[in-house]
Design a protein. Structure first.
Length: 151
């Protein structure tokens, strides 16, 4: 599925739809170039899940945790990671926890330890509009409910 988003408000609306479908235990992998909007999308998603936490890129810390009324959000950025074993156990535990949602940026280094059942959102910058994005969704049948309501 592909979705063209004209501005940040459209991205926020999309994050709200996905947030409304989250049950817990999901892994969402965000793929884009530097500055593509991965952390911005995460901010909107965490907010839509009911958190007041300040969302920042975990590039230098590798991970951050955000609390919502019903879920714990684990946000990873593996841009600087060189060894996937560093996160293997944590990822395995979190993906089996129905009260957690895992969001991953720069997942290439850990692709062999990521669950195959996950939502992948590829975020591409629009060629002429600065805040517009083109999002391409890849989702397993197990998690296709996450895209319910997206037209």
């Amino acid at each position: 599925m592909r979705k063209n988003l004209d501005n940040l408000k459209a991205t926020e609306r999309l994050a709200k739809i996905i947030a409304s479908n989250i049950r817990g235990g999901e892994v969402i992998e965000l793929v884009s170039d530097v500055g593509g909007g991965k952390t911005t999308f995460t901010k909107f998603l965490v907010k839509a899940l009911g958190s007041d936490d300040n969302v920042n890129s975990p590039t230098f810390t590798v991970s951050r945790v955000y609390s919502t009324p019903t879920k714990t959000i684990h946000h990873y950025d593996f841009y600087r990671l060189t060894d996937p074993q560093y996160v293997l156990q944590a990822l395995q535990e979190q993906t089996q926890d129905s009260s957690s949602v895992t969001i991953i940026e720069w997942g290439g280094i850990v692709k062999n330890v990521l669950p195959t059942d996950r939502l992948i959102i590829k975020i591409n910058k629009h060629p002429t509009k600065e805040t517009a994005r083109i999002m391409i969704f890849e989702v397993s049948a197990v998690h296709d409910y996450l895209l319910k309501g997206i037209e």
